[in-house]
Design a protein around this ligand. Structure first.
Ligand code: CP
Ligand code: NVA
Length: 310
């Protein structure tokens, strides 16, 4: 059995397919137990610090509830309320927090800040979203695909939109676990080159098919899953006007999804902007859209992650 206790969780690329499956298996167990009103409390007397530089609804609430249900406590700490705002070093903050808490969950603009936190903390550091990755989201995404499709091998996942943090983590997760992944972005918004290389390398082991294209129809053709995210991520607001123009015609709407399999599912990490990256009739479609189950699964995957790492 895999053992990941004490590890940081900055990107899924650091985890083997077996370790990711192990986290997912535990997530399904937590979900099942909760449905029966059973609450294991492996983190009694444990505390995590949650440092956030950016807003959050799902990540913050799911981690806080997860920690509570596991018997522990979560401290929500806005970056600006800490001495970090007045210039205390990340490395010093990491060392001090490690004397108080058993894990650190952090949402940052610059992924390098997370790496620095992890380097100096002596407790596990979990990425709650950075400019490059959103691995906790990808865990819930994969859990949702398994629930809805019953498998990953041979499932075609199409991501349409900005080649951003959510896209990166989805590419890594799919290619590690054997799902096919097709990413379509406008020119200039492709995923980072190093993430494409990781994805190709993962796929050479798992057998996933990988497509990176500037044609949304090519990506969505025959897809089992259609996934999109906002065109303007947190921290990119200064590019809003330019992105509005560059993403014209990139909405996931009725026409685009008509190219997918009949029983496709629609996914979005949320928050969504109806009328921008997705048409209301797609995200609110009660048959195809699984966004609420996907959001719920953040809780179960985070419980598993906390219980296994701490
Ligand atoms: N999907 C997600 O991470 O949502 P929040 O920004 O609300 O945490
Ligand atoms: N790509 C989005 C995801 C939000 C959960 C962002 O970084 O703002």
């Amino acid at each position: 059995m895999a053992n990941i206790r004490g590890r940081d969780f900055l990107t899924l690329q650091d985890y083997s397919p077996e370790e990711i499956q192990f986290i997912l298996q535990s997530s399904f167990e937590f979900k099942r137990e909760r449905a029966y009103g059973e609450f294991r409390k492996p983190l009694r007397n444990k505390t995590i610090a949650m440092i956030f530089q950016k807003p959050s609804t799902r990540t913050r609430v799911s981690f806080e509830v997860a920690m509570y249900e596991l018997g522990g406590t979560a401290l929500y700490l806005r970056w600006d309320d800490l001495q970090l705002r007045r210039g205390e070093l990340i490395s010093d903050t990491a060392r001090v927090l490690s004397r108080y808490v058993h894990g650190i969950v952090a949402r940052v603009y610059d992924h390098k800040d997370l790496e620095e936190l992890a380097e100096f903390a002596t407790v596990p550091v979990i990425n709650a979203l950075s400019d490059l990755f959103h691995p906790c989201q990808a865990l819930a995404d994969i859990m949702t695909i398994i629930e809805k499709k019953g498998r990953l091998k041979g499932v075609k996942v199409a991501f349409v939109g900005d080649g951003n943090n959510v896209c990166h983590s989805l590419m890594i997760a799919c290619s590690k676990l054997g799902a096919d992944i097709a990413v379509a972005t406008p020119k200039g918004y492709e995923p980072k080159e190093f993430v494409i290389e990781w994805t190709m390398e993962n796929a050479s082991h798992s057998g996933s098919q990988v497509v990176i294209t500037n044609d949304p129809i090519e990506a969505v053709e025959n897809a089992d899953v259609i996934y999109t995210d906002v065109f303007v991520s947190m921290g990119m607001e200064h590019e809003t006007e330019k992105r509005k123009k560059d993403f014209e015609g990139w909405q996931v709407n009725k026409e685009l999804v008509s190219h997918a399999k009949k029983d496709f599912i629609f996914m979005h990490c949320l928050p969504a902007h109806r009328g921008e990256e997705v048409a209301p009739e797609v995200i609110d479609d009660p048959v195809h859209s699984v966004v609420w189950d996907q959001a719920e699964n953040r809780l179960h995957t985070e419980k598993a992650l906390l219980a296994l790492l701490i």
